[in-house]
Unconditional design. Structure first.
Length: 468
């Protein structure tokens, strides 16, 4: 880091401030004096903006031209191009579209005529989510904002003729949720990208004339608080100029103090560098991680983009969603729950139902989730799957995934809490304290849960253990 130079200025200004009087706003902020260099060694020293770890739950939206066929998911174009002559994508096209139909032909039907961003934002808020991440551009290259670097292939030139990204950003922020963007570095069929690829990525025409200009444009114009990078697996970070871009993002961009990025910035970078690690899709390691991470997962088990032909069993149940949530939060992750909107701009009722179920659960049990910290132990499988969180102080929360036999919950990991002091135990959403006893020889605490029929929520219960 080029720190010393800036420290001189800082000290200079502080001295002036002292002389000129005390009623000046405190604009001097030591971390702002840091300048990150375009190297991972330097970028990795950046402390992550604290808001992200506190909010825990986000909504991911995969929306684009792929939402028009809504067949197979967001990889439709590539799956179709790579399909066998008698494969299901080729057959789908032969059956439903005229010969010679190209992928670009779908864009005029990306109409979004029912898109009501306020309604979406209200749904996400009621789900208990605190941030929303939209695909600004997926691997197809179509931009959800009117980018001047994506001529003829953006929301203004073809499709809804509406700034979908800008309108959603505004609605989300009006509900006090944080707005962020997904962005794909590569574009499957962009001829400039393919030419660079042909040159083994020794030329950077695509990066310099398309990818980076649009990244600066979208950050400057919409100021996202998260930049969720993807499409990095064919070339390295040198080709994408990732560290140069991130140094600008951290030093000079309008979001430098609040923004976080994930780790998909080139071959061999995921799970090694970035403010938070997304590693691989649906990453859920099940053990405490030393670095902040995020589980980007889907409610439709097999797809990020909407699939018109999905059946009920293709979606996670609320029990499965809460299990994933509990595992993720206990191990220090955030959860980013994906929803695939339709080409008309609606979010189908199955997604709404799952999100509102989550919201109702969080309205009772959110204390165990938001702003929580991992506890000493993450899970316990003695009589029931239990995942722990804590408030970093006197409270430990056990998220109980299955109601135990005879309503007696046995925990193996919390004995020390009970043998040293006499804690108070309760069930969130229920009045009254629970009785418990300790078998120190066996190392087991038995907690008597109330009658299940009197308990407020139906799936996953939270036992709160408060040490005195
Ligand atoms: C739905 O589409 C997928 C292709 O994505 C196909 O594999 C599956 O069989 C279809 N399901 C039904 C019920 O048609
Ligand atoms: C907005 O969100 C922040 C952080 O989650 C919270 O502290 C604040 O009270 C919220 N404000 C409103 C008006 O909801
Ligand atoms: C890539 O190289 C091949 C073979 O040299 C050539 O046929 C093709 O047109 C090239 N593609 C691009 C996009 O430059
Ligand atoms: C990154 O890729 C370029 C182009 O293929 C190559 O010249 C360079 O050596 C690679 N850099 C690293 C660090 O692997
Ligand atoms: C914690 O969960 C993991 C993954 O589900 C499991 O393998 C492990 O046995 C559990 N540990 C305990 C102590 O229950
Ligand atoms: C539960 O225990 C705490 C601590 O001993 C006590 O302050 C509180 O009054 C108890 N609550 C009820 C409903 O008995
Ligand atoms: C729980 O409550 C139900 C309904 O009030 C009752 O039928 C049942 O006997 C109770 N079970 C226990 C173990 O108290």
């Amino acid at each position: 880091m080029k720190r010393n130079f800036y420290w001189c200025f800082l000290i200079f200004f502080l001295n002036i401030g002292d002389i000129s009087g005390l009623n000046q706003p405190q604009t001097v902020n030591v971390p702002k004096a840091d300048k990150y260099e375009p190297t991972w060694d330097s970028l990795d020293t950046r402390p992550i903006p604290p808001w992200f770890d506190e909010v825990k739950i986000g909504i991911f939206l995969h929306w684009g031209v792929f939402s028009v066929p809504s067949f197979g998911g967001e990889w439709f174009w590539a799956n179709w191009q790579d399909d066998d002559p008698d494969g299901e994508y080729v057959k789908f096209m032969e059956k439903n579209y005229p010969p010679g139909f190209t992928y670009q032909g779908f864009a005029k039907d990306f109409t979004a005529e029912f898109f009501d961003p306020d309604e979406w934002a209200e749904l996400f808020k009621n789900a208990g989510a605190k941030y929303v991440i939209l695909t600004s551009k997926h691997h197809e290259g179509y931009t959800l904002w009117p980018s001047k670097y994506s001529f003829g292939w953006n929301v203004h030139d073809v499709g809804p003729n509406r700034d979908l990204l800008g309108d959603l950003a505004q609605a989300v922020r009006a509900k006090n949720l944080t707005f962020g963007l997904y962005h794909s570095l590569y574009e499957w069929y962009n001829p400039i990208y393919l030419a660079d690829k042909n040159n083994s990525f020794t030329t950077q025409e695509f990066v310099d004339n398309k990818m980076l200009p649009e990244m600066y444009e979208v950050i400057n114009n919409y100021q996202p608080s998260v930049l969720w990078s993807d499409g990095d697996w064919e070339a390295n970070d040198t080709y994408f100029r990732s560290t140069e871009f991130l140094a600008w993002l951290y030093n000079d961009s309008p979001v430098k103090d609040v923004v976080l990025v994930n780790d998909r910035w080139g071959i061999d970078i995921p799970c090694k560098h970035g403010d938070f690690y997304s590693c691989k899709d649906r990453y859920n390691p099940g053990v405490l991680q030393p670095h902040k991470w995020e589980n980007a997962m889907t409610l439709d088990k097999s797809s990020w983009g909407f699939r018109r032909n999905a059946s009920l069993s293709d979606y996670l149940t609320i029990e499965e969603l809460l299990e994933t949530l509990a595992q993720t939060i206990s191990c220090g992750g955030n959860i980013l729950i994906n929803v695939g909107p339709t080409k008309e701009g609606t979010i189908v009722p199955i997604f709404q139902e799952r999100l509102l179920q989550l919201g109702s659960w969080l309205s009772i049990n959110g204390e165990a989730i938001y702003k929580s910290k991992p506890w000493t132990v993450q899970n316990d499988t003695l009589t029931s799957d239990v995942w722990y969180t804590s408030d970093g102080d006197k409270n430990v929360y056990g998220i109980v995934l299955h109601w135990p036999d005879k309503s007696v919950l046995q925990l193996g990991s919390t004995v020390s809490l009970f043998s040293e002091t006499s804690p108070t135990v309760s069930l969130l959403g229920n009045t009254g304290n629970l009785t418990w006893n300790v078998d120190s020889d066996q190392g087991i605490v038995s907690i008597e849960l109330p009658n299940k029929s009197t308990v407020a929520n139906q799936w996953a219960w939270v036992v709160k253990i408060t040490s005195s």
